[in-house]
Write a protein that binds this ligand. Structure first.
Ligand SMILES: C[S@@+](CC[C@H](N)C(=O)[O-])C[C@H]1O[C@@H](n2cnc3c(N)ncnc32)[C@H](O)[C@@H]1O
Length: 260
């Protein structure tokens, strides 16, 4: 598979040429960051439109499945524009501290602007510009670590998962909300038209992304481990009681595991 496919036969300057990121590209991390920088301003709108208004309900369920105990420290990795970070910050029982981390400054700027609107309503989260593959936190720092729609974008999924587990305290919970490949033929037939045609089309019309972010989406889901395989990987990294729930016609999964 090529690392980037041009959509025009005419020669174009590298800065403006359109590309679709290959999920297996060794430069994927850099390109993913450029891609999110390019769509940051439209990202929330795209989420609402492409999920049919369901994405916040999925995040709320992820918060519920984290089974918060109150007074905890929470890291929301790949926090993007902060939707899940803010839901954790406003959750009951209230956490002591919530940090959102992301490596795309354009996404973090939007998260910070949204967060400022909640001043006085909750203990506000803070944000850190950080790579999920090399988190700038000491071992066993957090009671809960979450990632929504981020793990799939890691250059090296296993290395990323390992670092997320590293910063979890013993008995801490890792919560992963992510798209999941649909293996069953019936559910695949039902959902593949939307994912492979409607999402790229609507996504491109709204985002006008140079990176065709919404063509990359089904490609990246296709090479991502399915829900059972992800569960096995989490167990192999030392998590226990790993369980998951599938949502949205089985195209989305929330995994939760507890660090031994
Ligand atoms: C699809 S967005 C998800 C944002 C947010 N979690 C949500 O629920 O909408 C993926 C985010 O992951 C970030 N990301 C991808 N790879 C990353 C990495 N290695 N380290 C930190 N952030 C990363 C991107 O910058 C982007 O903001």
């Amino acid at each position: 598979m090529s690392s980037a496919s041009a959509t025009s036969t005419k020669p174009q300057a590298p800065s403006t040429s359109t590309v679709v990121i290959d999920p297996l590209d060794p430069q994927k991390g850099v390109k993913v960051r450029e891609m999110f920088a390019g769509i940051a301003g439209k990202y929330d709108l795209l989420n609402r439109v492409l999920s049919g208004g369901r994405d916040q309900a999925w995040r709320r369920l992820a918060v519920k499945m984290a089974a918060l105990r109150g007074g905890e420290t929470i890291l929301d990795c790949c926090c993007g524009t902060g939707d899940l970070t803010l839901l954790f910050a406003g959750a009951e029982p209230a956490p002591m501290r919530v940090i959102g981390a992301d490596f795309t400054p354009e996404m973090l700027r939007i998260a910070a602007t949204k967060t400022a609107q909640f001043k006085g309503a909750m203990r506000l989260p803070s944000y850190s510009a950080a790579d999920g593959l090399r988190l700038p936190f000491t071992d066993a720092s957090f009671d809960v670590v979450s990632v929504a729609f981020g793990v799939r974008n890691f250059q090296d999924v296993n290395a990323g998962l390992k670092d997320l587990v590293r910063v979890l305290k013993p008995s801490g919970r890792l919560v992963i909300l992510e798209f999941t490949p649909v293996r069953n033929w019936f559910w695949r037939a039902l959902t593949s038209f939307h994912l492979n045609y409607m999402v790229p089309l609507i996504g491109q019309v709204i985002s006008r992304s140079r990176h065709h972010a919404y063509k990359y989406l089904p490609k990246s889901i296709g090479v991502f481990p399915d829900a059972e395989e992800l569960k096995r990987r989490l167990e192999s990294l030392g998590l226990r009681e790993v369980h998951y729930r599938k949502l949205n016609l089985r195209t989305v999964a929330i995994h939760v595991g507890t660090r031994c």
